[in-house]
Design a binder for this molecule. Structure first.
Ligand SMILES: [Zn+2]
Ligand SMILES: [Zn+2]
Length: 272
């Protein structure tokens, strides 16, 4: 019998099986019509789940589970000469995935942008040698599998030279982003989690409390988030799925926040 479980809907590891996953039951997510379902790594492995590794750009790996686990995010691995950061860990891990990550160097920390992306973060840490799992202090109560490898943090942290975590908040109070100075050929990359969502048009972004349930943030918060990340230069933005703003991303974020604020303020009500 498994000692811990994975919520089949959100992919987050749990030390016990409550009637319903608190992360899914929150207004930002959903519980399936068929009800709560739990799975385990063994069950996922037996079903043929594996991790596919892509190089998104030099120094940045994308890891996705096939078939998808939970909401199907893409883990990012930022590779530097001093080690790697594993960002937004998948809800699945196996020995091949760990070997593929470690082939690029040691991992110094596992960090999720926010609770929807916790995945099997403690399990990733254990298999990577017990590296710290950093959880935003403001969102630590969402952890469902407590473990000594978890460290809370707030504000800003340079986890590797040129790789800085910070917390603009918004989607969750502790929602975090990564600024990677060497990304995009030295013009800078922002790994935005769900804090900032790259839209399908690839030239605008969204700021929402809930993406699946379409609950927007206020204009003031959208502007605050944009101003926070604009403090450092970045050319490209990746969210935690396949969304990318390939170029001019800092300007896109600032313009999108202005647009968001204008719409929720009512500037465009004559168009409705
Ligand atoms: Zn869940
Ligand atoms: Zn989210």
């Amino acid at each position: 019998m498994a000692a811990w479980w994975v919520c089949a809907t959100c992919g987050v590891e749990h030390a016990s099986r409550p009637d319903v996953c608190a992360i899914c039951d929150d207004e930002r997510q959903w519980v399936p019509e068929q009800g709560q379902r739990w799975t385990t790594l063994d069950e996922l492995t037996a079903a043929g789940t594996r991790v596919v590794v892509d190089e998104l750009e030099p120094g940045l790996l994308g890891l996705r589970a096939e078939p998808a686990v939970g909401i199907g995010p893409t883990t990012k691995v930022v590779v530097t000469p001093q080690g790697s950061l594993l960002w937004d860990p998948l809800g699945f891990v196996d020995d091949e995935a760990v070997a593929a990550v470690l082939a690029h160097g040691p991992v110094v920390a596992v960090v999720a942008s926010h609770p929807h992306m916790f995945g099997v973060q403690v399990e990733w840490s254990r298999r990577l040698g017990g590296v710290p799992v950093l959880v935003s202090d403001a969102d630590a109560s969402w952890v469902q599998r407590p473990d000594p490898v978890i460290e809370t943090w707030s504000g800003e942290r340079e986890v590797l030279p040129g790789v800085v975590l910070s917390q603009p908040g918004g989607h969750f109070p502790g929602s975090a982003v990564v600024h990677w100075a060497a990304g995009a050929e030295g013009r800078g990359v922002l790994l935005a989690g769900d804090t900032i969502m790259a839209n399908p048009d690839r030239r605008s972004v969204s700021f929402m409390r809930s993406y699946p349930n379409r609950l927007p943030l206020s204009g003031a918060v959208a502007l605050r988030v944009a101003e926070h990340v604009a403090g450092r230069p970045f050319e490209r933005l990746y969210n935690n799925f396949d969304g990318v703003i390939p170029a001019g991303a800092r300007s896109v974020v600032l313009a999108s926040a202005e647009r968001h604020a204008a719409w929720v303020r009512g500037d465009f009500d004559h168009l409705t």
